[in-house]
Design a protein around this ligand. Structure first.
Ligand code: FMN
Length: 307
């Protein structure tokens, strides 16, 4: 599965990944569900989740804390053609002035079952949850497994860091293995998967039902193919560099169609640069980050290609 990544895993990136390396499932960036006047989805959100060509299922991810509003958003998504809904219980930047959302909800576990019940009532396709191992302790996950089963959740995606850990340290997949033992729900393992060998070993040792790739897929899009044995299991620095050029070059015209003006297009392209493999090409990546026009960006891209 291609991970949800706010600001990055938009429709254009997902379409490119589907055309190029065909993940089995793709996720939308999170859709924030908040109170106030706006009840339905914005046109840009509807455009983003319009059905993909090619039959790869899209899971739309919601983040919020009010059961009725989440259910209403799920209904609106289904009306727009989305079948599968995911609830974000993992985002570590979720505290707003008035409420907890995302991973912050793991510090208030009693709030979670009503959210799941409200969603389960309306979601006719799969309902999944993406979560961290806990708020401030990795054992907190285990207390949530029964409520998730009782709520009729179909599968979990586990990123085994705590919320307060953010992205520090490493994902502890011994927790993934323990969770697989302790629930009948399928668990998709996520976190720090960067090579095919590591992904395959993770599947074998944890008995997880599948893998979700985030940053590793941006640095090496063909990791999906490597995991399936459809591309060499290891990538050379040279191949990674060429694939980074391909990624940016393919996205450029897609972003030009979707976004208005070169400032926006450049900003969207730039947001990918921190995740590309830098070995041997750090200077050019820095120059890509600083490019003020698309013309300069494309010149630097050509330099990166012919290094
Ligand atoms: C830039 C960025 C944005 C992210 N946005 C989301 C998001 O919208 N929803 C979500 O559930 N996780 C989000 N994540 C977390 C990833 O989906 C994933 O769980 C995390 O990066 C660990 O997996 P990885 O090591 O394969 O990247 C985001 C991560 C990054 C780096």
């Amino acid at each position: 599965m291609l991970a949800p990544m706010q600001g990055l895993s938009n429709r254009e990136l997902r379409d490119l990944f589907i055309d190029w390396v065909r993940p089995d499932v793709v996720f939308s960036e999170f859709i924030r569900v908040a109170g106030g006047k706006r009840k339905t989805l914005r046109p840009a959100q509807l455009q983003d989740i319009a059905p993909h060509e090619g039959g790869v299922p899209l899971v739309a991810q919601l983040i919020g804390q009010q059961p009725e509003l989440l259910a209403e958003a799920a209904r609106a998504l289904q009306d727009a053609g989305v079948e599968h809904i995911n609830l974000n219980l993992g985002c570590p930047f979720g505290r707003t002035t008035s409420s907890a959302i995302g991973g912050e909800l793991l510090s208030q576990p009693a709030q979670i079952p009503p959210l799941l019940a409200a969603l389960r009532k309306v979601v006719t396709g799969s309902l999944s949850v993406k979560l961290r191992a806990g708020y401030d302790h990795p054992q907190q996950l285990f207390e949530l497994l029964s409520p998730m089963e009782d709520a009729g959740v179909d599968f979990l995606i586990l990123h085994p860091r705590t919320v307060i850990q953010q992205y520090r340290g490493s994902a502890d997949h011994t927790i993934t293995a323990e969770a697989v033992q302790r629930t009948k729900l399928p668990i998709i393992a996520n976190g720090d998967i960067t090579t095919a060998a590591q992904g395959q070993q993770l599947l074998a040792t944890t008995k997880a039902a599948g893998l979700m790739l985030g940053r590793g897929a941006l640095a090496d899009p063909r990791l999906f193919k490597r995991l399936r044995g459809q591309a060499p299991s290891e990538a050379s620095a040279d191949e990674l560099r060429k694939d980074s050029v391909h990624l940016l070059r393919e996205l450029l015209p897609r972003y030009q169609k979707r976004y208005c003006g070169q400032t926006q297009v450049l900003a969207k392209l730039r947001s990918l640069l921190p995740y590309l493999q830098e070995a041997g090409c750090r200077t050019i990546i820095e120059q890509l980050k600083r490019a003020k026009t698309l013309e300069i960006f494309e010149t630097q891209l050509k330099r990166l290609e012919t290094l």
